[in-house]
Design a binder for this molecule. Structure first.
Ligand SMILES: *Cc1c(COP(=O)(O)O)cnc(C)c1O
Length: 246
């Protein structure tokens, strides 16, 4: 693939994704402003991200700490970064200190990581940080995401025990192979119903981050407020063997 062809393509692909997301929202009577598109730029170069930024997009997602702290300083500070990967306690400081314009961590899945984030926000003197609680909706054996039955308890901990975090909603990836099914979306939506009831939160104040390249329109129709889209915008990812001490 020649570089110039790839470059023009990302901006065009973004426009098409935005249109499709808007149409999906309209099909189910929702306002397009209620759906955020996170352009997932993992493995992609700063210049490719810049191309999508230059056509007006501001929300980008990364899932490796080492990668986001390398890229963020090379890009404009009005980008709203979402961290969407598994986060280890010992990387929290690099992430928060290295990305002042980090807007949200979508992948809080236990109390320990919530506590680390909470303390580090305070000790760096940052403004409160928005977080989503990641839920394992597949039932597959996986380290990532809380079991739906534990969701309310973790949300409670974030809301009541972490004054420097803002609980903003729930996130799911779906299956281990990064695909999702309508059942996964339904499970996340049911978790929201339960969380909102137990904690007295209006549903509009509890986001649902679900849907990726292959299924984002369906996810929006099932209530997603935040879709995370990588390959459909930036092209297929090539994982090069490189020094990755992540
Ligand atoms: C990579 C990734 C995505 C984007 O996947 P695509 O299928 O390329 O759109 C979404 N969410 C998470 C958590 C990811 O790691």
């Amino acid at each position: 693939m020649s570089a110039p062809a790839t470059e023009g393509a990302a901006a065009t692909a973004l426009r098409s994704v935005l249109t499709r997301a808007q149409q999906a929202a309209e099909r189910c009577g929702r306002s397009p402003e209620q759906v955020r598109v996170v352009a997932v730029s993992k493995t992609k170069t700063v210049s490719l991200i810049r191309q999508v930024y230059d056509v007006g997009h501001r929300c980008f997602g990364e899932n490796y700490v080492q990668e986001i702290v390398e890229k963020a300083p090379q890009l404009p500070s009005d980008i709203e970064w979402h961290f969407i990967g598994n986060l280890q306690s010992n990387k929290v400081k690099s992430l928060l200190a290295g990305v002042p314009n980090l807007d949200m961590v979508e992948s809080v899945d236990d109390e320990k990581i919530a506590n680390h984030l909470d303390r580090m926000v305070a000790s760096l003197g940052r403004k409160p940080l928005k977080v989503l609680v990641q839920v394992n909706t597949s039932g597959e054996e996986s380290k990532f995401g809380v079991d739906p039955s534990y969701c309310v308890q973790l949300v409670k901990h974030v809301k009541l025990g972490c004054p420097n975090l803002i609980f903003a909603g729930l996130m799911t990836i779906g299956m281990l192979d990064y695909s999702s099914t309508p059942e996964n979306f339904e499970t996340l939506s049911n978790c929201r119903t339960e969380v909102c009831k137990e904690l007295g939160i209006p549903e509009e104040q509890c986001e649902l981050s679900m849907g990726m390249s292959a299924d984002f329109e369906q996810a929006i129709e099932m209530g997603s407020t935040n879709v995370r889209i990588g390959s459909t915008i930036f092209g297929a990812r090539e994982y090069l063997k490189k020094d990755k001490s992540q």
